[in-house]
Design a binder for this molecule. Structure first.
Ligand SMILES: NC(=O)c1ccc[n+]([C@@H]2O[C@H](COP(=O)([O-])OP(=O)(O)OC[C@H]3O[C@@H](n4cnc5c(N)ncnc54)[C@H](OP(=O)(O)O)[C@@H]3O)[C@@H](O)[C@H]2O)c1
Length: 329
């Protein structure tokens, strides 16, 4: 399994991470607890040791399932990443979303960050978290002061590394000296970060954790217009899954699928390995729901792509017109 550093924190983890959003069920049409725990354990058994979760994923459920899956394994073998900043038990000035009958608010007040961390410890069954990240910036907060508050938790030994998610270039740049990583949406179909946060991560020696690297299933090449998503799945009625987009994805993936056939591997394995080969991208957080996906996604961390294969996928990626232009057309 390919290993990568989380910035200069001294932590090395698998380059492929278990993304634990979907197992929380929220926005993913529900989940199966037993299959989720089995998926995490299968990932760990396949060499993945980084797990990315968040309190809001299933309103505590994802963290609880992660806690259950890692219980009894040596704590030092597992790199647990979780987040703070989205709360559903109180009102703050910034409403983030209303979902499944709950109002979710943003807040990154120092005392709230600490309270959230202690609640995560309980759900995860741990007494420190390896990587603690702000889930979304709080427009009410000075993000540099937030980074300082997170850094203080690191100094106390409650967390080992810290990072931002969904940060603007300015926010990232202003706190880069305090952070170990940045987590952003990035995939063969989502390359905005190539020109802003990624170069900063490279020059400041921060890890870059790519989220939604399979474009929420699109890059498996196996989602077509016959696939029906339950209403509570974020992909239901989502323009990114409109028939026109699905056709364009199939066209772009054709040479990648041919390469995958030649190598006898699933398309997503090539796509994840290609993503890990992009300058500055250190980790891919692959959302995983069952044992089959766990084993397939973990295997991407063992796949070495040759220069000609990278070229083929580069050309395919360059042919992607972009979601915006497809949806405007
Ligand atoms: N910081 C943030 O704001 C943020 C935002 C989004 C995500 N994240 C993190 O990034 C992780 C991954 O992102 P994501 O879950 O949005 O998207 P993703 O990893 O691109 O896609 C995940 C979905 O693709 C399908 N899939 C995954 N592996 C597969 C395989 N081998 N074969 C077939 N289908 C497969 C599964 O859905 P089906 O089986 O239902 O098709 C799975 O739920 C999350 O779990 C979370 O840890 C963070």
């Amino acid at each position: 399994m390919l290993k990568r550093s989380i910035g200069t924190s001294g932590i090395e983890s698998s380059a492929v991470a278990f993304g634990a959003w979907a197992i929380g069920g929220w926005k993913w049409g529900g989940s199966d607890a037993e299959a989720s725990v089995a998926a995490i354990r299968a990932s760990l058994d396949s060499g993945v040791n980084l797990i990315d979760t968040a309190p809001v994923y299933g309103f505590g459920l994802s963290e609880e399932l992660v806690g259950k899956a890692i219980a009894g394994r040596p704590r030092e073998d597992i790199i647990v990443a979780t987040k703070c900043g989205l709360v559903w038990d109180r009102e703050t000035p910034t409403l983030h979303a209303n979902s499944e009958g709950r109002d979710i608010y943003r807040t990154l007040e120092p005392q709230s960050i600490r309270a959230e961390l202690l609640a995560s410890f309980k759900r995860l069954g741990v007494d420190y978290v390896d990587l603690y990240q702000t889930h979304w910036p709080d427009p009410e907060a000075d993000m540099r002061a937030v980074a300082e508050a997170m850094h203080a938790l690191k100094a106390e030994g409650l967390v080992r590394a810290i990072g931002f998610c969904n940060a603007s270039l300015d926010q990232l740049t202003a706190s880069a000296d305090l952070l170990d990583c940045d987590q952003e949406r990035y995939s063969l179909l989502d390359r905005k970060r190539d020109s802003d946060n990624l170069p900063v991560c490279q020059s400041e020696e921060l890890a870059f954790l790519a989220y939604s690297p399979i474009a929420q299933g699109l890059l498996t090449g196996r989602i077509d217009s016959k696939r029906e998503f339950p209403e509570s799945d974020l992909r239901h009625g989502n323009p990114r899954f409109a028939p026109r987009v699905l056709d364009a994805v199939q066209a772009v993936l054709a040479p990648v699928k041919a390469l995958a056939r030649d190598r006898g591997v699933p398309t997503e394995r090539l796509v994840l390995a290609w993503t890990l080969a992009q300058p500055g991208v250190s980790h891919v957080l692959a959302g995983t729901r069952n044992v089959e996906q766990a084993e397939a996604n973990a295997a991407a961390g063992e796949l070495v792509l040759h220069a000609e294969e990278l070229d083929v996928i580069d050309h395919a990626a360059a042919a992607w017109p972009g979601f915006e232009s497809l949806l405007q057309a």
